[in-house]
Ligand binder design. Structure first.
Ligand SMILES: [Zn+2]
Length: 309
């Protein structure tokens, strides 16, 4: 009988839950909205009732991916910039107790990276780096077939790599971070700031800037050029440090690919140490918004295997 795993991807805006088989097949995702919840207890109650409606007698383990720092050994979130009420909560223990299944917990960008590496645009490579472009910029690193977590599990914070000394302020408190140029939030903010007519809606969304750009609006096109250029600088720095040649760009904003991929390639080539020139491939993710669910479900499966050994 086929066994299943459940993946829960708890992002800054959306929560996605899906039943995953032993491969990359995932059933229809259940979506919840983070802003509907005021506490971890409220969300836990709903997660448990959703999980119990899935084929729970055939589910072997559950994986939870959370946007923010995750202390893997303890199964808690050390810091989540978007979902503050989850900070310090014993997520893994609470969930495992409520559903009586083993639970694995990890960072959301790590889960996306793992999913894309196993089944998507990273399949077959021994080392990849994945950048997730959403309201912020996340990242994950697979180094010689192992997810590289770094000390304190904080590896892959590519969004806070400096790409412009004394540049734009970032919400982390530093200046010139990649996230301040190449995220959904940055697209809206930069467009609004540069709009000389001042006629722009205060909460213009990245999608609206994208639509303006595809309609030929020169300011919007410029914003995406800067977006791609800074991304290219960041990737060149990663290549120069890791000597990894395979990059994956994913997340909601990656859909604007045709608007930023050329400036990205240009900045990348211009900033590469010469032995790397012409050898780096940057690809779009293939699993869309299911990548995190699939990735963390697979991590849960591997956790279970290691526990049983
Ligand atoms: Zn930052």
């Amino acid at each position: 009988m086929e066994e299943y795993y459940i993946g829960i991807d708890l992002g800054g805006t959306n929560i996605r839950i899906g039943l995953v088989d032993e491969g990359d097949q995932v059933g229809d995702l259940v979506y919840l909205s983070v802003k509907e919840y005021a506490s971890w207890d409220d969300l836990l109650t709903d997660l448990v009732s959703i999980i119990k409606k899935m084929e729970v007698n055939r589910v072997r383990a559950v994986g939870v991916a959370v946007a923010g720092g995750v202390v893997i050994s303890k199964g808690i979130v050390s810091y989540s910039p978007h979902v503050r009420w989850i900070d310090g909560q014993p997520v893994r223990e609470n969930l495992a107790k409520a559903i009586d299944l083993p639970v694995w917990m990890d960072n959301d960008a790590n889960a996306v990276t793992y999913g894309e590496w196993m089944y998507g645009a990273g399949k077959g490579s021994s080392s990849i780096i994945c950048l997730t472009l959403g309201s912020g910029v996340g990242g994950g690193i697979i180094l010689n077939r192992v997810l590289h977590r770094g000390e304190d599990g904080l590896a892959g914070e590519i969004g806070h790599m400096c790409v412009q000394p004394n540049g734009r302020p970032c919400r982390c408190g530093k200046k010139g971070c990649l996230e301040a140029y190449s995220s959904g939030t940055a697209i809206s903010t930069i467009y609004r700031e540069r709009d000389r007519n001042g006629a722009i809606d205060d909460d213009i969304k990245p999608l609206q800037v994208y639509e303006k750009a595809t309609g030929g609006d020169s300011l919007a096109l410029e914003v995406f050029e800067g977006f791609g250029g800074h991304l290219g600088i960041a990737i060149a720095n990663l290549v120069n440090v890791f000597s990894i040649h395979h990059y994956i760009i994913t997340g909601g904003v990656s859909r604007a690919w045709e608007l930023f991929s050329h400036p990205l390639e240009e900045a990348l080539e211009a900033n590469l140490f010469h032995p790397h020139k012409g050898r780096v491939k940057v690809l779009q993710g293939q699993l869309g918004d299911k990548a995190g669910v699939i990735g963390v479900a697979r991590m849960a499966q591997e956790y279970l295997r290691s526990e049983l050994q």
